[in-house]
Design a protein around this ligand. Structure first.
Ligand code: ZN
Length: 230
């Protein structure tokens, strides 16, 4: 049986980074909700994403419906499928519930739904947001705290001088998304608990590897998923 994994938590806490580790080490497939939403090619949706606002559930549902063929195929051929950046609000949980129904009724696919909730305090995460460095040549993203380049401020791939891409707008969007998440967090958790097999709370203020090791251990112990250890 395949796992359908949701990684949720406040903005910029490293949900995508952890998903990438699972893709690399466990052979999972990752879908990013923002990509699925952008594939709707809707200017309205693109504008909402850019502003940092929550995308209404009807678009989220539409985006998942558009991709449900690929998602069901991925669930059949891989040990796990991850959706990141989702759920962000309680209506998203209802959407997930509908998609699970569809997966079983239309495709005969019954994944085990598991959620990882990444936790962290505002100060630690804001610090991380401020530490972000971007390569102007290849677009690689680094972080002085969690993922520094090998040579001080130079891109590992092409040696270009890295730049900070943090402006007031970035911080504003972060703050807005943080508040939105916090306002929903508790009820989201309660509602999600109704439809998942388990939710695991992970302290995500630690190093990327420590967080990943926790998640990998849970996948192995609880679900028998074999991943590369190193
Ligand atoms: Zn570069």
């Amino acid at each position: 049986m395949s796992l359908l994994i949701l990684i949720f938590g406040p903005p910029s806490i490293g949900k995508d980074t952890q998903a990438d580790v699972l893709v690399r080490k466990c052979g999972f497939i990752k879908f990013q909700m923002s990509d699925l939403l952008r594939s709707l090619n809707s200017q309205v949706v693109d504008r909402i994403i850019a502003s940092g606002d929550l995308v209404p559930a009807r678009y989220v549902y539409k985006a998942l419906l558009n991709s449900v063929d690929i998602i069901s195929a991925a669930l059949v051929s891989h040990p796990g499928v991850i959706i990141t950046g989702f759920p962000r609000k309680t209506e998203d949980v209802d959407v997930m519930d509908k998609v699970l129904d569809l997966l079983s009724s239309r495709y005969g696919v019954y994944p085990k739904l598991v959620a990882f909730k990444l936790d962290g305090d505002y100060e630690s995460i804001l610090k991380r947001v401020r530490g972000r460095l971007v390569c102007p040549v290849c677009g690689a993203v680094y972080n002085v705290f969690t993922h520094p380049p090998k040579n001080d401020r130079l891109c590992d791939k092409d040696g270009a001088k890295l730049v900070r891409r943090i402006d007031d707008r970035t911080i504003d969007v972060f703050n807005k998304r943080w508040e939105e998440y916090k306002a929903q967090e508790r009820i989201l958790y309660v509602r999600l608990k109704d439809i998942v097999s388990a939710i695991y709370d992970i302290d995500a203020t630690r190093a990327i590897k420590e967080i990943a090791d926790d998640i990998l251990r849970i996948l192995k112990d609880e679900f028998g998923i074999k991943c590369i250890e190193k």
